[in-house]
Design a protein around this ligand. Structure first.
Ligand SMILES: Cc1cc2nc3c(=O)[nH]c(=O)nc-3n(C[C@H](O)[C@H](O)[C@H](O)COP(=O)(O)OP(=O)(O)OC[C@H]3O[C@@H](n4cnc5c(N)ncnc54)[C@H](O)[C@@H]3O)c2cc1C
Length: 187
């Protein structure tokens, strides 16, 4: 949101979620936009912390005809996270909880903002791995990787993200399989 209406939208979103969950242009202007300089052009970013927050935010934006742009680690190379004035950036950064790792079923449930590196760090002590790897692992999130159908350096062995996701479990939350060593698979 740009121009004179931004303070009003910031105030409404702050009361809908919390003041700490909303950043206007003065704050986004200081952030690293990532590889695509236009990622933060919307100048208004919201940080939901739960699926309920995402639902509230989307209802608010839908009601006012405001377009939203989801962002994870802003490591994408295709410009999918580019935003424009008048839009709201929805950062999944704070939805970074690993909810469950089912070691018997080799299945994990994580929030969309979990980075690939954090997911692998949680799997490693269990003798498991995500079975997908790429240079942006410390920034790229599971949500962003699903959205871009990321492949990476193990794609020929284990497949790309599309082959690893089983089902969405609500906004910002994903269920997938984690696997053992060389046979690793995350669906
Ligand atoms: C150094 C480097 C190496 C890379 N190597 C590879 C590689 O080998 N193979 C490969 O396939 N890719 C590679 N990539 C690209 C990588 O796949 C993407 O950077 C990553 O998947 C995007 O994740 P992100 O969280 O950064 O998403 P962002 O860049 O934030 O967003 C990317 C897209 O996903 C959408 N999005 C983000 N989060 C969500 C969400 N929760 N829900 C819905 N939509 C969402 C955004 O709107 C945008 O369209 C590389 C990138 C870098 C910088």
């Amino acid at each position: 949101m740009d121009g004179p209406e931004q303070p009003l939208i910031v105030a409404e979103l702050s009361s809908l979620l919390s003041p700490a969950a909303v950043r206007g242009a003065s704050a986004t202007g200081l952030m690293d936009p990532g590889l695509e300089g236009r990622n933060l052009d919307a100048g208004l970013m919201v940080f939901p912390e739960s699926t309920a927050d995402v639902a509230k935010l989307l209802a608010f934006c839908n009601g006012r005809g405001i377009a939203v742009v989801p962002q994870g680690g802003r490591s994408g190379l295709a410009g999918g996270a580019v935003s424009s004035p008048g839009q709201v950036i929805v950062s999944l950064q704070r939805m970074n909880r690993i909810l469950d790792i089912d070691t018997a079923g080799l299945r994990a449930t994580v929030e969309a903002g979990v980075t690939l590196a954090a997911f692998d760090a949680a799997l490693e002590p269990l003798g498991l791995m995500a079975g997908i790897d790429l240079g942006a692992r410390d920034s790229a999130t599971i949500g962003g990787m699903i959205s871009t159908n990321a492949g990476g350096i193990e794609a020929f062995r284990h497949g790309v993200m599309r082959a690893r996701i089983r089902a969405g479990g609500g906004a910002g939350r994903w269920h997938g399989d984690a696997g053992h060593g060389a046979g690793a698979q995350m669906q």
